[in-house]
Write a protein that binds this ligand. Structure first.
Ligand code: FAD
Length: 456
């Protein structure tokens, strides 16, 4: 008998419960990936993610071939394509990892209904995309946690299943037609410094992280020029690494750095459980603050300056240019650029979230939309009116200015922390730098925001 394994956000062979269950129950399996135009149409696809996805699929196919199998790639509407493969192979079971977003869950429901009408069962496997499944821990009075600290306490107490090794052999029935996996070279508009995708690269990076990196993570994760975070986020987004495996292996590594790293993995699960319980939070305010966000020509100009990395605030511009160049941005940069857009410029978080999703290789509905809401104060932050001052942030997290000089070469001639306040230069000294004046005065921005929120 034959089972189909539908790969989605879990493009790996290690710790892959859906694949393991299919192999345990069937003689032959069809590892299937469907390139669905509805996913692109819903705005989840962007050049950087399409390029990274191409790497992941190529690597997954290679890994399956080493085990005697191959990846079957089809293009079309997911439910219809799975139905065709099931009909071609007389498959009795379809296995896949349980999704979290509203989009993923509606797709699962349609698939279940369509398959059942032809006598095929859909099996959904959880703790594949997150370490702790959304809804597995809840407070007494709600279907999800709205505050991280109590969530993290309960999350930490959960018994995680053992991680699974990669299968030794995969037998795919003969004659199942497939397209060639897509190639990164066919995607245009990709950021020049985009990282490589695929499970092989993910595992190499994680092993290197455990050997170096992780020990200093607790002290250095906010260090902008030090770039001392794991950069595993795209791999977690595409599921080339298993969060369960990451937690187990980090805990085994031990130490305060590993503890701090595991805590960040819990933040990821936290946002996923919020989104699973409140799918509308992908576009609607999780908690409204009755904001009247600025719009119109003045705001448009400032938004364009923010996107291009030309706000006149060097650390904001450095981070926005890192995003353009790498399709990735340091977490401290994400926080301060999001605060700048939503609180200093007082522009709707959805504008910023969209721009991030257009570029981020790890762009993820749960993490992106809910982190944006957190920073905008419409989400789960218990201090919704906090504002990050970009100059104070720069002096704290880039004291010597090395991060700014890396990304804003126009200012490379300014030494040390002076690079953070070019407006302090006078006359000809200032004119020597082809760099814009600040788009807004910080105290004016703050006064406007306080007035709009009516407090603090
Ligand atoms: P590390 O510091 O090494 O952390 C390890 C892992 O923990 C990350 O890979 C990530 O999976 C998880 N993690 C860390 N911080 C967070 C967090 N605050 N929320 C959720 N998970 C976290 N992360 C995304 O994966 N996709 C996004 O689209 C995304 N958008 C963001 C938008 C804004 C405005 C902000 C403030 C944060 C966003 N983040 C997002 C969270 C965080 O910035 C990135 O996960 C992190 O910078 C990735 O780098 P890293 O892998 O080196 O992280």
């Amino acid at each position: 008998n034959v089972s189909v394994v539908l790969f989605t956000s879990d493009l790996r062979l290690h710790d892959q419960p859906a694949l393991r269950a299919a192999l345990d129950r069937s003689d032959e399996v069809v590892p299937l990936f469907v390139r669905d135009p509805a996913v692109d149409g819903a705005g989840f696809a962007a050049p950087n993610r399409l390029a990274f996805l191409a790497d992941c699929l190529t690597d997954l196919d290679a890994g399956l071939r080493e085990r005697g199998g191959r990846l079957v790639v089809r293009s079309g509407e997911t439910v219809g394509e799975v139905g065709k493969v099931v009909a071609e192979t007389d498959a009795l079971d379809v296995h896949m990892s349980a999704g979290v977003s509203g989009f993923a869950r509606r797709r699962e429901e349609r698939l279940r209904t369509a398959l059942e009408s032809s006598g095929t069962r859909l099996h959904l496997h959880d703790t594949v995309i997150t370490a702790v499944a959304p809804g597995a821990v809840t407070p007494a009075s709600s279907d999800h946690f709205a505050v991280f600290t109590p969530y993290f306490r309960r999350w930490s107490e959960q018994h995680l299943r053992d991680g699974l090794g990669a299968p030794r052999a995969v037998r795919v029935p003969e004659g199942v037609g497939s397209e060639a996996p897509p190639s990164r070279a066919d995607v245009s508009g990709v950021s020049a410094g985009l990282a490589d995708g695929g499970e092989t690269e993910a595992r190499r990076r994680f092993t290197a992280w455990l050997r170096g990196g992780i020990d200093a993570y607790g002290d250095r994760h906010d260090d902008l020029p030090g770039d001392a975070t794991s950069r595993l986020s795209p791999h977690l987004h595409f599921g080339t690494l298993s969060p369960v495996e990451l937690v187990h292996r980090s805990r085994r590594a031990g130490g305060s750095g590993a503890e701090a790293f595991v805590r960040q993995l819990a933040w990821r699960d936290f946002h996923h459980q919020v989104l699973a319980a409140r799918p509308a939070a992908s576009s609607a305010d999780y908690r409204t603050r009755h904001d009247h966000w600025r719009s119109g020509p003045g705001a448009e100009e400032e938004i364009e300056a923010w996107k291009a990395g030309r706000t006149g605030y060097p650390v904001v511009d450095a981070a926005m240019r890192q995003l353009l160049h790498e399709g990735w941005m340091h977490n401290r940069g994400r926080l301060l650029t999001a605060s700048f857009l939503t609180k200093t410029l007082y522009v709707d978080w959805r504008v910023g979230a969209r721009h991030f999703l257009d570029l981020l290789v790890d762009g993820d509905i749960a993490n992106n939309q809910l982190n944006w809401q957190w920073m905008a104060g419409t989400g789960t932050d218990t201090r919704p009116n906090r504002v990050l001052n970009p100059v104070a942030q720069a002096k704290r997290y880039d004291p010597d200015g090395a991060y700014v000089r890396r990304w804003v070469p126009e200012l490379a001639g300014l030494d040390g922390g002076a690079v953070h306040e070019p407006w302090k230069l006078q006359g000809l000294d200032r004119a020597a730098f082809d760099y814009p004046e600040p788009v807004v005065d910080l105290s004016e921005g703050l006064a406007r925001f306080k007035h709009a929120r009516g407090r603090d």
